[in-house]
Design a binder for this molecule. Structure first.
Ligand SMILES: NC(=O)c1ccc[n+]([C@@H]2O[C@H](COP(=O)([O-])OP(=O)(O)OC[C@H]3O[C@@H](n4cnc5c(N)ncnc54)[C@H](O)[C@@H]3O)[C@@H](O)[C@H]2O)c1
Length: 299
């Protein structure tokens, strides 16, 4: 049977390990030509080693697939452009960017350093913006040249830490919430060019999460990053054309859609702050509670 992504060209950032590696392998298994991007640093983002990305390229090639390695930093403006250009020069075009690269520098807010904040915001937010921006400009030019829409994809990576909130991760959660909003806005902007933009919120056992708690063998199986790859593979394919601006949760025994912010109860505004306080307290009591990390209302 033909693969779901036959003839598609995709870049996967952070493709050497964990979730991104599974994306690369499944995309290639389904016929996509893949640029495996990875800086090859440690979990906190220190260091650089292109052999990590090259290893995944070798795995893909050994199975008869097509792939090239890229060692650029996704959050470097020129590096992100080089990555897009590399896909086009290696495979003649670009159909999808799967923006998955990420790092963690967890710390309680009272102790968080400026460097811990800046590094996480840079890799996640700018590392989403820069490649998406260069890819979007390429697709806009393609759409203009052919006089009609392309059929392209941006797939970002958010987290329950961002969309629901997790203690100890104001830096990471703020970046991931920003990525979810980026997804919704970019989807609205790029629809006219035929580019869909969706996000994946994974839950997976990887080096990023392996020391967060004890995992049984069963946990490791239900949280294997292989459960995220079908979502990315389908989103890269032409079949997902109708779906845009969505955040899909995957892993830990489920696929789900995360629903965004909605306006809750409302009232007429008032200038007296004491009276306003009474109204606001009532509104807060009536409103649906924020979700916990499982995506459901907190008690
Ligand atoms: N594992 C989970 O449960 C989980 C949960 C929520 C979100 N996520 C997100 O999923 C994505 C993948 O995480 P993972 O669990 O596979 O972690 P991982 O550490 O196994 O993989 C992340 C990869 O990104 C690469 N990377 C980091 N900074 C980079 C940069 N500047 N440029 C290029 N590559 C870079 C790393 O070298 C690494 O190979 C991340 O965005 C992460 O925040 C993971």
């Amino acid at each position: 049977m033909a693969g779901l992504c036959e003839g598609r060209v995709a870049i996967v950032t952070g493709g050497a390990r964990g979730v991104g590696r599974e994306h690369c392998l499944m995309l290639a298994e389904h016929g996509a030509k893949v640029v495996v991007n990875d800086l090859g640093g440690d979990r906190a983002g220190a260091g650089q080693d292109i052999s990590a990305a090259q290893q995944v390229v070798n795995e893909i090639k050994a199975k008869g697939g097509e792939a090239v390695a890229n060692g650029d930093d996704v959050s470097d403006w020129n590096g992100a452009k080089r990555m897009i250009d590399q896909a086009i020069s290696a495979f003649g075009k670009l159909d999808a960017v799967v923006l998955n690269a990420g790092i963690l520098r967890d710390r309680m807010l009272v102790n968080m350093s400026e460097q811990e904040w800046d590094a996480v915001i840079k890799v996640h937010l700018k590392g989403t913006f820069a490649p998406a921006r260069h890819a979007a400009a390429y697709w806009r030019d393609q759409a203009k040249a052919k006089g009609g829409p392309v059929d392209a994809r941006i797939i970002t990576t958010t987290s329950v830490s961002g969309i629901y909130g997790n203690i100890g991760q104001t830096n990471y959660g703020a970046a991931k919430a920003g990525i979810a909003s980026f997804t919704v806005i970019a989807a609205r902007e790029l629809a006219r060019y035929g580019v869909t933009v969706n996000s994946i919120s994974p839950s997976a056992f990887t080096r990023m999460t392996e020391d967060l708690r004890e995992y049984t063998e069963e946990d490791k199986e239900t949280r294997s990053p292989k459960w995220i790859a079908p979502v990315a593979t389908w989103l890269v394919s032409e079949e997902s054309r109708e779906i845009t601006g969505r955040v899909f949760q995957a892993g830990n025994g489920q696929f789900a859609v995360a629903e965004g912010w909605h306006k809750g109860p409302e009232a007429k505004p008032i200038l007296d702050p004491r009276q306003a306080g009474k109204i606001l307290t009532e509104l807060a009591k009536k409103a649906r509670k924020n979700a916990g990390m499982n995506g459901l209302d907190l008690d």
